[in-house]
Design a protein around this ligand. Structure first.
Ligand code: NAD
Length: 299
């Protein structure tokens, strides 16, 4: 039987509509809307396109949005001073610094300078620690892992007691999603295994996964025969494997052989149109939450 496709494009639409309704409510109740500043240094084409999409999405939701672009050679101290200014601006609830930054700027120093209550990308060590503690302490969830968990939840996949295998141990995807799925609570409470480049045999672990989350960045890494029949497969991999000569757009492939895997899995995310569209939606959700916390004066 062919798997049910979990469409990130569709789920994103629902989430953005929910956020928009909450923004309207906030406006009516407090006369305020969520404020997001997006800071871009330099003109890296991928970063420009990500920031453009973030700005467009924020504006479409009725957020107060400041696009703060800077030349490649901005001194680190100037960038830190700007972050300090936004930390103290009551109309700004979320500060997003687009990464990577040029070599002369210490990325960690910049992340550490952001007020954790405005750290909507969830890279500040305090927020990483809060995620580890879980429960109410985990105020914000990092955007891509949060998108993955939403897709699992909204597709009706059972997580409690499930075997979850995460391929990849990066700080932005593998490690946080593994921790989130292992926490006690809704859409989690799973038994989690993390596999990576040091794992002797990936297939052994993947084969027992009720939920297989793949974030390796290696096209076609997961073979169809490694998938447990009926499993939910979340393919985070976004690999540029060529260029469409007609559209001029990159051809994207995931880490899973989608065509073969969809004949075995119960539910599966496509690439593109799966996890990708969810990330910015979750960034908007974090900005909304940051504004709600600030307006209710919750610390
Ligand atoms: P990363 O390179 O930082 O980490 C990849 C991880 O996969 C590493 O921990 C490594 O140990 C593991 N890995 C790599 N090759 C492996 C192999 N052959 N066997 C076992 N493990 C292996 O990457 P990342 O930032 O976590 O991103 C992973 C993928 O997800 C990339 O394709 C990236 O483009 C994509 N991604 C998508 C989104 C999104 O859709 N919004 C967001 C972040 C990352």
């Amino acid at each position: 039987m062919t798997a049910e496709i979990i469409s990130g494009t569709e789920i994103r639409k629902t989430i953005l509509a929910e956020i928009k309704a909450d923004v309207e409510e906030m406006k009516a109740k407090h006369g305020k809307v969520p404020g997001l500043v997006t800071m871009l240094v330099g003109k890296d084409p991928a970063s420009v396109s990500y920031v453009t999409l973030k700005v467009k999405t924020a504006l479409s939701l009725g957020f107060h949005e400041i696009q703060d672009d800077h030349p490649e050679d901005i001194p680190e101290s100037d960038l830190l001073a700007l972050i300090h200014k936004y930390n103290n601006d009551p109309d700004i609830h979320g500060i997003l610094v687009q990464l990577p930054l040029p070599g002369h700027i210490d990325e960690q120093k910049v992340i550490n300078a952001i007020n954790p209550d405005k750290d909507v990308d969830v890279f500040h060590p305090i927020n990483v620690g809060r995620l580890m503690i879980g429960g109410d302490d985990a105020r914000f969830l990092p955007c891509t892992p949060a998108g993955i968990q939403e897709m699992i939840a909204r597709s009706g996949t059972r997580t409690s007691g499930a075997e979850v295998v995460v391929v990849g141990r990066s700080n932005i995807v593998g490690k946080p999603i593994a921790m989130m799925m292992a926490q006690k609570g809704a859409y989690a409470n799973a038994t989690v295994t993390i596999v990576h480049t040091g794992t002797t045999d990936l297939s052994v672990h993947c084969k027992r996964a009720d939920i297989l989350i793949v974030a390796a960045g290696v096209p076609g890494l997961v073979k169809p025969e490694w998938i447990k029949p009926g499993a939910t497969v979340i393919d985070v991999g976004t690999n540029r494997v060529g260029m469409n000569k007609t559209t001029g757009k990159a051809i994207l492939k995931g880490d899973v052989d989608f065509d073969a895997a969809k004949e075995i899995a119960g539910k599966i995310t496509p690439v593109p149109g799966g996890v990708g569209p969810m990330t910015i939606a979750m960034l908007m959700k974090n900005t909304l939450k940051a504004a709600q916390y600030a307006l209710e004066d919750i610390r």
